[in-house]
Design a protein around this ligand. Structure first.
Ligand code: AMP
Length: 222
């Protein structure tokens, strides 16, 4: 891959974007950039953007493009991003995708690859309802699919505190799936038209999907 790469992970909530983004950090030295994480941090800090975003996020809707783009631009201006980024949860609307193209073009860049993680919606509610993360390092776990090797201790950092997202309740997940299909799924065609789209079956084991992503990105030439 050319450096700095801009890799986009597309897929509904629960498809494994966050999990795979963290693996792409390890495998390709990319920096994970999750607008959901940035928004949750803004909510926790009580910033103006966070206060405006909170109710929308709790209801499972999409935060306005203006707020998301402002947060994303600030993050993209930080120096570590020069290593290349994997965008997790962004873009989510046609307006965001177009704004990203403009932002990248201003520094002579473009999207390197957009990978659609393809899953069955029906399985997503169960996947999401069981998930939780280490409160210290953010490593992801699941009640059914991925417990820590030693109960109550994070495999990665040894932390003992874990947390679940407020918007991972079944009714909110349904709203989030609807938002995905109405506003984000059309981006699959957008990136296909740009010639950068790859589709990966994301219903299998985490390690197998990681290998598939590695293969997909390995094909992207400098
Ligand atoms: P995520 O962590 O990606 O599942 O995002 C959690 C919530 O944050 C979403 O349900 C939206 O309310 C909001 N959000 C995250 N990224 C975006 C985005 N790119 N555009 C609009 N809303 C977003």
């Amino acid at each position: 891959m050319s450096s700095p790469a801009v890799v986009i992970l597309l897929g509904p909530p629960g498809a494994g974007k966050g999990t795979q983004a963290r693996m792409l950090e390890e495998d390709f030295g990319l920096v994970q950039l999750s607008t959901g994480d940035l928004l949750r941090a803004a909510v926790a800090r009580g910033t103006e953007a966070g206060q405006a975003a909170r109710a929308v996020m709790d209801a499972g809707g999409l935060v306005s493009d203006n707020i998301v783009l402002a947060i994303l631009k600030d993050r993209m201006a930080e120096p570590d991003v020069a290593k290349g980024v994997v965008l997790d949860g962004f873009p989510r609307t046609a307006g965001q995708a177009e704004a990203l193209d403009v932002l990248l073009a201003s520094s002579g860049q473009k999207v390197t690859a957009a990978i659609s993680l393809e899953v069955d919606d029906a399985a997503m509610v169960e996947r999401i309802a069981g998930r939780y993360t280490c409160a210290t390092c953010g490593e992801g776990y699941h009640d059914t699919f991925k417990q820590p090797a030693h109960a109550g201790t994070c495999d990665k950092c040894g932390g003992h505190a874990f947390k679940r997202r407020a918007d991972d309740k079944a009714e909110t997940v349904r709203a989030r799936l609807e938002a995905y299909h109405a506003q984000t799924a059309p981006l699959i065609a957008y990136y296909h038209a740009q010639g950068v789209l790859d589709r990966v079956n994301a219903m299998g084991a985490i390690g197998d999907i990681r290998k598939e992503l590695g293969r997909a990105l390995g094909k992207v030439s400098a």
